[in-house]
Design a protein around this ligand. Structure first.
Ligand SMILES: NC(=O)C1=CN([C@@H]2O[C@H](COP(=O)(O)OP(=O)(O)OC[C@H]3O[C@@H](n4cnc5c(N)ncnc54)[C@H](O)[C@@H]3O)[C@@H](O)[C@H]2O)C=CC1
Ligand SMILES: O=C(O)C(=O)COP(=O)(O)O
Length: 584
């Protein structure tokens, strides 16, 4: 079987300014191309070479760009908002989108407070005036934050951080967020309002902290502005497009809104004569060029956060903050990660071993049984994906198929693979591990539903009842290392790593010498060898001389790939019954 290997380092494209702190993590393993100022056409023409793309808010990651991306496995957004990424299209292509959900929250919240104070005390106007040689003390009298009502729309991570800082300024805090956690709101001294209309009426300062989505687009328009106090000031460090820029300019001109501090615009950078440009030019507006996340600290945080995730994804591990995949809790992540590796290797061992010993041995109906502690975890989706990846990667082109938690279910279905997930409550207290996994390929196609989660009373009872023609692989994790503990009817522990030669033979003298001799002639060194005897319930078979003979499995770790000619030469009347070569 052809095993595909990368001959060159995977490539990562960074078309924007991303802090070098994270990029340093990539440079050893990947080819990192920082290419700023690319036009959409230029980006499209080169994206096909890259496995990872790291962006901030300026690069538009469109469906058209993703269509041109032949090898892309991850789009990493070094920040929070993914409104510049076509996440749906990425999902369709099996491309994981990750972001840094908390790396720049503090920066965005502090910038909001900076704008609040700047607007309250006319800092922008005063700075320009004094630089122009003026001394306008009476025109530039401001207002205090203390005692004023800060109305927050969107009480998520940034909104809550703004609330906590504003609480320290002595502001009265109210918020509108239909999905807010009331306990977190109360702990931050925020009173929740049940409608936006109610909130707007009482705002001295209004600040927006929602994502730009259908329900927030244009949420502050002419009609909303008209319900606000004429002394109210508006802040936006979330996204352009949530406030109608023309309506705000009109209200500022008419004096029905007192001022605004704006960091984000409908077009960035603003086009000349656009509504964004008019808003920026307005004397009552303090404007900044999308600087919310632009602190050294935040850029370092988000860069390290997403680069670590790029490394994880390109190494076949789970990302921490996938936008288009189920979120794995940190404690679950720690539990699952070694099992993800185990399951992927079990799947890969299955495909490589069985299709090597018998061409048509690959089956499409599998039971995967989680036993012990693993049986009580909430989500097994990453394990399911790892199994599909392990099963299919050895028989597909690694460039053509990018299997991950986003698309595994769909790909399994497309290939007619049924995976029936079961949880066994069987006690594993007498074992040297707390969880184990059994993969069973059924001899006949079952009608069971893919990803069904039937709880099985006991994995070993289920296996005892199994068809003798079922193919079985069992494994466990110990000290974070994956072990295979059973392969078919043989039990014996080995680590699925490097190149393994797996031989089935009658347990008689001279077999080890036979294999060693042949491998030696082929220049292959044996690094280690394990012998796996028959599993306790498996019976003995008749040897070639008619006597009852016991079979055993020999697992040899070798230092280089074993050619198909050598593998074939190992099998014969004086040698092995079967031999397979497996690469991890
Ligand atoms: N200017 C900048 O450089 C930065 C901007 N941001 C932006 O700030 C915004 C908030 O970010 P996070 O706090 O991290 O997000 P988050 O997801 O933690 O919070 C968003 C909140 O908005 C609420 N929400 C959603 N729809 C709503 C609706 N229709 N009405 C009221 N509330 C609604 C949600 O329930 C959630 O609590 C995002 O748009 C993000 O892109 C974030 C960092 C830097
Ligand atoms: O994280 C966000 O949502 C931001 O808006 C920050 O954008 P930036 O990375 O500074 O282009």
């Amino acid at each position: 079987m052809a095993i595909l290997m990368h001959t060159s380092k995977p490539k990562v494209l960074i078309p924007e300014k991303v802090s070098p702190d994270g990029l340093a993590l990539l440079k050893d393993q990947f080819e990192v191309d920082e290419k700023k100022g690319l036009s959409p056409e230029e980006l499209k023409s080169i994206i096909g070479e890259y496995e990872a793309l790291i962006v901030r808010s300026e690069t538009q990651v469109t469906a058209e760009l993703l269509n041109a991306a032949k090898k892309l496995k991850v789009v990493a957004r070094a920040g929070v908002g993914v409104d510049n990424v076509d996440v749906q299209s990425a999902t369709t292509h099996g491309i994981i989108v990750v972001n840094s959900p908390s790396g720049n929250i503090n920066a965005a919240a502090e910038h909001t407070i900076a704008l609040l104070m700047a607007v309250a005390r006319n800092v922008g106007d005063a700075a320009q005036s004094i630089k122009a040689g003026k001394w306008e003390r009476s025109r530039l009298v401001g207002v205090e934050a203390k005692g004023k009502t800060l109305a927050i729309v969107g009480l998520g991570k940034v909104g809550l951080t703004v609330a906590r800082i504003a609480n320290g300024l002595g502001m009265r805090l109210v918020a509108y967020d239909p999905y807010a956690n009331p306990n977190l709101a109360a702990a931050a001294s925020v009173t929740l309002r049940s409608s936006l209309a109610e909130l707007l009426k009482e705002a001295d300062f209004l600040t927006l902290h929602t994502p730009l989505i259908a329900s927030t687009k244009g949420m502050i328009g002419k009609a909303e502005l008209e319900t606000m106090k004429s002394t109210a000031r508006i802040l936006n460090v979330a996204r352009g497009g949530m406030i109608d820029e023309d309506a705000l300019v009109e209200a500022l001109d008419a004096g029905t809104i007192a001022g605004a501090g704006i960091d984000v615009f409908t077009s960035e950078p603003p086009k000349p004569d656009s509504s964004a440009s008019r808003l920026i030019a307005h004397p009552k507006v303090v404007a900044t060029p999308h600087l919310g996340a632009s602190t050294r600290e935040a850029q370092e945080n988000v860069s390290i956060d997403v680069c670590e995730q790029v490394v994880s994804i390109l190494s076949g591990e789970l990302p921490r903050s996938a936008v288009n995949a189920p979120i794995i809790l940190p404690e679950e992540y720690r539990t699952l990660q070694p099992f993800v590796q185990l399951v992927e290797r079990m799947g890969s061992l299955y495909t490589q071993h069985y299709s090597s010993v018998k061409v048509d041995a690959f089956r499409t109906t599998f039971d995967i049984i989680y036993e012990g502690k693993l049986a009580s975890i909430n989500t097994t989706k990453p394990l399911f994906a790892a199994l599909v990846k392990g099963l299919l990667t050895p028989i597909t082109s690694s460039d053509g198929l990018n299997i991950n938690i986003v698309n595994a279910e769909l790909l399994a279905k497309e290939r007619g693979i049924l995976i029936n997930e079961q949880r066994s409550r069987e006690d594993v207290n007498d074992k040297p591990y707390s969880s184990s996994i059994t993969l069973r390929a059924r001899a006949t196609r079952s009608t069971s539903h893919s990803r069904s989660r039937a709880a099985s009373p006991s994995a070993s009872r289920a296996l005892k009842a199994a068809d003798s023609d079922d193919q079985i692989i069992q494994g466990f994790v110990s000290g974070n290392k994956p072990y295979i503990s059973r392969l078919d009817k043989f039990s014996g522990e080995f680590v699925p790593r490097g190149t393994l030669l797996i031989c089935r033979n009658y347990d008689s003298c001279g077999k080890i010498g036979f294999v060693g001799n042949l491998l030696g002639k082929a220049g292959v060194n044996i690094k280690f060898m394990n012998v796996a005897p028959l599993y306790e319930e498996a019976g003995e078979e008749e040897g070639k001389d008619g006597e009852a003979a016991s079979e055993a499995l020999m697992i040899l770790g070798v230092d280089r790939p074993v050619g198909e000619d050598v593998r074939k030469a190992l099998v014969g009347p004086d040698g092995m019954l079967e031999a397979s070569v497996v690469n991890f």
